[in-house]
Design a protein around this ligand. Structure first.
Ligand SMILES: Cc1ncc(COP(=O)(O)O)c(C=O)c1O
Length: 405
């Protein structure tokens, strides 16, 4: 391979890391391709197929010739469906001009941050966090301010930790629930305690990432920030997408509701980068939001059973403590009691990264280490895979933990 000329790559690239969840997924794939018996529990996507009515809507759109450039902000039909979704499910009033469509939820976050950050601007990111938040902040020239949460608080940000993280330079709080990687959710009262803090700091905007809204269990009732505190509506970006709820990760559609001037700024940026999202995926998303929602409770039941299985089996593993979260399809167990032990290979487990590496090496189970999400010593398991595979993976984890000395 030829090398690039010196200074060819942008310095901004040095500020960021490649996504570690994608890296672990790729490593598991490579080991599998090399003939190893590997179970991958690192991927962040539902394992079931996109519902048929949504696929049919996409096929119909192709047949109608909806295959050309769309408006940068999204097709009017989808923006209208987004207005309807926010009203119906969140009690939020957004006009069409306050909505925006991007190629994935990640692109919504990227556009919002790149369109608003100036050097020195601070962005509060509760940890553990979804891996991309700090890196997108850094790409935008901002400074991530990490606010750690505790397992004892169910990995929820406390009002005290939020207050302590706010400075005159804070521009955004990035808030995500149900959480990737912990699955943590916030009740109305827990959200209200946070919004009470935010109301006192009018310069702080909130980017709420509600991607996993529909993946909640045990009768949990989801609320979003602008709904809990209408006084924050004027400085909240409510982000969502079809990737997780409708099993559409590959279709690449994310959307948001936000004050119109911010939407205009994001559209300006996207007009010189991706342009509009895929026309076909946008038509599929119209059906996702407007069509039957019957499969959502079905998906929820399946995920809830798997969550219960994984939590029970992991808590039987020697030295692991696994809380039971209310949402998403992740658990975030602690390996605190295993740090300092020796793996069958003779290597000492000094960090959660060692734990994940040795687990992959000796039992062929791929998980993502907590350090990647900014809080150690933990690891993340995605339970978006079949019960049989999860049972086998948990048995292997139990054996691995039992063999540590
Ligand atoms: C919390 C969170 N936000 C945003 C995204 C990005 O979603 P999309 O695939 O639509 O870009 C993900 C995907 O893993 C996620 O976990």
């Amino acid at each position: 391979m030829t090398s690039l000329p010196k200074d060819f790559l942008a310095q901004s690239l040095n500020r960021i890391q490649p996504s570690s969840t994608i890296a672990v997924t790729q490593k598991a794939r490579d080991l599998k391709a090399a003939g190893r018996d590997v179970i991958g529990l690192a991927a962040g996507e539902p394992d079931h197929d996109t519902p048929d009515n949504i696929k049919e809507a996409a096929i119909a759109a192709i047949r109608r010739g909806e295959t050309k450039y769309t408006a940068v902000e999204g097709i009017p039909e989808l923006r209208k469906a987004i207005v309807g979704k926010f009203k119906r499910e969140n009690g939020l009033d957004y006009s069409m001009a306050q909505t925006f469509v991007a190629p994935g939820g990640k692109a919504i976050i990227y556009n919002a941050l790149l369109a608003t950050l100036n050097p020195g601007d601070e962005v509060i990111v509760p940890a553990p966090y979804w891996v991309s938040y700090p890196d997108i902040v850094l790409l935008g020239g901002g400074k991530p301010v990490i606010a750690e949460t505790k397992i004892a608080d169910g990995f929820r940000l406390t009002p005290e930790a939020l207050e302590a993280a706010i400075t005159p330079k804070t521009k955004w709080l990035i808030f995500n629930q149900p959480s990737n990687p912990t699955g943590a959710c916030y009740s109305f009262e827990q959200l209200k305690a946070l919004t009470d803090v935010l109301v006192k700091h009018p310069h702080v905007w909130v980017l709420t990432d509600d991607m996993y809204e529909h993946l909640v269990y045990g009768g949990f009732k989801f609320h979003t920030i602008a709904q809990v505190e209408p006084r924050l509506y004027e400085r909240t970006l409510t982000m969502n997408g079809v990737s997780k709820a409708y099993s559409m990760t590959g279709w690449r559609i994310g959307y948001c509701g936000a004050p119109e001037p911010l939407i205009k700024a994001m559209a300006k940026l996207q007009s010189q980068s991706a342009s509009g999202a895929s026309s076909i995926s946008q038509w599929a998303s119209v059906e996702a939001l407007n069509g039957t929602q019957d499969f959502i409770p079905k998906f929820q039941r399946i995920f809830e059973e798997r969550r219960d299985l994984v939590v029970a089996m992991l808590n039987q593993a020697h030295g692991i403590e696994c809380p039971k979260p209310e949402g998403a399809f992740y658990v975030y167990p602690s390996v605190r009691k295993l740090i300092g032990k020796t793996a069958p290979s003779g290597k000492t487990i000094a960090t959660d990264e060692d734990f994940a590496a040795e687990l992959l090496e000796s039992e062929g189970v791929a998980v993502v280490h907590g350090a990647a999400f900014g809080l150690s010593p933990f690891f993340r398991i995605s339970y978006a895979t079949s019960t049989a595979v999860l049972e086998e993976a948990c048995r292997r984890i139990q054996r691995f933990c039992g063999n540590l000395r």
